[in-house]
Each structure stands twice: as structure tokens, then as C-alpha cells.
Design a protein around this ligand. Structure first.
Ligand code: PEP
Ligand code: MG
Length: 325
């Protein structure tokens, strides 16, 4: 299979009916970045910066952060990387960042909530990213945004750090794009306020599905109970895709869903054409894309979403279709 997928890596990722699909890696450590050459992916759609913090025994210093980000960008070359700001807390434990025990850590004091409360931590990371870019453009993604003001406050921190570097006559990125993760359900109802301010959007399906279905993503007894591409979830994703299109903001799916063929097919069917996944999934998803006639699937899925008859399973519909291929 490996050799088989390797043979696909240089082919443009386009469906049979001409829809271009951008395939990206989820990553977080420099060690897996050379895999970009093996998979032929267009870049890194999600770089989980918290991994450096999780494997360290104490807070990584500014220079250590700069080194990691600069090395990542060096290996990626012209392929863009989306650096996600620290998403610690929840299931991502960083022992030396002391925090009180929480009954519900997934819904607790985590991610950008913590970042905005501890601006020293966030500022240092933003500074490290801006320095590491060495004058090149950079993309920064804000996790777990619940209300627009959190995104605004993060943008303000980025702007201030830019000014600070300029005043010190240091090189700043030629362009900073700031994106927002949609993974907290409340944001679904704030897209008209949020999207005009965002340079790009990324759906985090792991958390979004967990919160939409009120089922812990780490608890298999409930996490597999509700189909992530069940009609209500697909409608939620499509709502974001449609809004992003209206505001002309690029949108990517970066949760694990995007790396599974049936789920990826459902996402393509609702108009999501940028998929970020673990490197091992690129081959199988690319093969699916290359053999795909998307038009009829789009129609069938749209009809199911509109009709919404009880018991309609987009999954069965897509599985049947895949079997027929
Ligand atoms: C997500 O929530 O879907 C996501 C991509 O982020 P993480 O899995 O790191 O929470
Ligand atoms: Mg998440």
C-alpha cells in the first residue's frame, strides 16, 4: 500500500469532475515534518504547538520556541504551516503549569482562556512565532474561541508584539494571518460577527462534535454513540462552510474526521475542500479524491440534509456509494 500511495504523491489532488482538494498535515513536532515530502501534502493545516510544552519538564523559553518554529518553517520550505497557539488544559496536561483540579477539564480553564489570563505566556509565544518567521508571512490559529472578543484580544496581542519588534528594529513577518478555530458550539451563532475579522477559519471537529453531542471525546462509550457525520453535525459543519464562503474566508477542517474516507467524502459533499489530517491518512484520502465524481454525491447529500427525514444516514448512503465504485 505504501508504494501504491507513494505513486500518487505528485499527482494534483483533484476529483474526476475537476474539484481541487487541498490536503494538509496535522503535526506538532519537527520530527514528522519531513513526511511532507513523502505524502506530497500542500502544507501543515494544524501545528499543535502545545506538544513542545507537553514533552518538556519546564516552560520552554522564548529561544527554544523560536528554534522549534523556525526549524519547522525551514523544513516546510514554501509549504505553509498553520501554527496553533497553545491549546493546553483539557486532556492536554502540562504538569509544571499548575492549575487547580477540575471536574470537567474539557470545559475548563484551558487553551486561549488560559492564554488571555496569562498574557506573559501568550505574548512570549506570539513573539517567538513572529521572530521565527524571519520576515516571511506566517499563519497563526487561535483555539477554543468562545466569543469574538477573545479573538479580538488575541489579535491585539499580536499587533502589540509586532509593534514591539518593529520598535526594536527587528525583522517582522511580511504578513500575519490570524485564524480562528470553530470548535465551541456558541461560535456557530456568532459567525457574522467573527468572520469579517478572521483571515481564515478551521473547524476542530474533535471538540466541536464532543460539545455538540455532549459526549466526551475520550470516553469511547459515548464518543462512538453519535455519528460525527449524522445530519445535525453535518448541518453544523455546512453552516460554517457556507458562512465562510459568504465572507470569502478560507476554511479548513482539522479534526480527525478529515482523515477518514467516508467522513472526508461527507465533508467534500458539503463544500469543504481543505482537509487537514494525520500524515498516514493522506494516501488513502488522496486515492479517494482521485477516483471521485463529486457532483452526484453533493446532490444526494444536499437532499438528505434538506429533507432530514428521520433515520436518513448519510454514512450508509456514502458507504453504499463507495461499495458501488
Ligand atoms: C479538534 O478539536 O478537532 C482539533 C483539531 O484540536 P485538538 O484535537 O488538538 O483539540
Ligand atoms: Mg480542539
Amino acid at each position: 500500500r505504501r508504494a501504491h500511495y507513494a505513486a500518487l504523491k505528485d499527482l494534483p489532488s483533484v476529483t474526476k469532475d475537476g474539484v481541487a482538494v487541498t490536503l494538509l498535515h496535522n503535526s506538532g513536532l519537527v520530527a514528522d515534518l519531513p513526511m511532507l515530502d513523502d505524502t506530497g501534502a500542500s502544507g501543515v493545516g494544524l501545528f499543535r504547538t502545545e506538544l513542545q510544552f507537553m514533552i518538556a519538564s519546564k516552560l520552554p523559553r522564548l529561544q527554544e520556541q523560536v528554534d522549534l518554529y523556525a526549524e519547522a518553517m525551514r523544513i516546510a520550505g514554501t509549504r505553509p504551516i498553520v501554527f496553533r497557539l497553545l491549546d493546553i488544559g483539557g486532556d492536554k496536561v502540562v504538569p509544571y503549569l499548575r492549575s487547580a483540579a477540575e471536574e470537567n477539564p474539557a470545559m475548563g480553564y484551558r487553551s486561549i482562556r488560559l492564554g488571555l489570563d496569562r498574557p506573559g505566556l501568550l505574548r512570549t509565544q506570539v513573539r517567538a512565532l513572529l521572530i521565527a518567521a524571519q520576515g516571511n508571512p506566517i499563519k497563526i490559529l487561535v483555539p477554543m474561541v468562545t466569543e469574538t472578543f477573545e479573538f479580538r484580544r488575541t489579535r491585539l496581542i499580536v499587533t502589540k508584539e509586532m509593534e514591539r519588534l518593529r520598535r526594536a528594529d527587528q525583522l517582522v513577518p511580511s504578513r500575519v494571518e490570524l485564524g480562528v478555530m470553530v470548535e465551541v458550539p456558541s461560535l456557530l451563532f456568532e459567525l457574522d460577527q467573527l468572520l469579517p475579522e478572521a483571515d481564515f477559519v478551521s473547524i476542530g471537529s474533535n471538540d466541536l462534535v464532543q460539545f455538540l453531542t455532549a459526549s466526551d471525546r475520550a470516553n469511547p462509550r459515548v464518543s462512538s454513540k453519535y455519528d460525527a457525520i449524522g445530519l445535525p453535525r453535518l448541518r453544523a459543519f455546512r453552516h460554517v462552510v457556507d458562512a465562510a464562503r459568504r465572507y470569502n474566508v478560507p476554511i479548513t477542517m482539522c479534526g480527525e474526521l478529515a482523515g477518514r474516507p467516508v467522513e472526508a467524502l461527507a465533508l467534500l459533499a458539503i463544500g469543504m475542500t481543505r482537509l487537514s489530517m494525520s500524515p498516514a491518512s493522506i494516501g488513502p484520502i488522496k486515492e479517494m479524491v482521485l477516483n471521485l465524481e463529486l457532483g452526484p454525491i453533493r446532490q444526494a447529500v444536499s437532499a438528505a440534509l434538506l429533507d432530514g427525514a428521520d433515520g436518513v444516514s448519510v454514512r450508509s448512503l456514502l458507504e453504499e456509494w463507495i461499495d458501488k465504485q
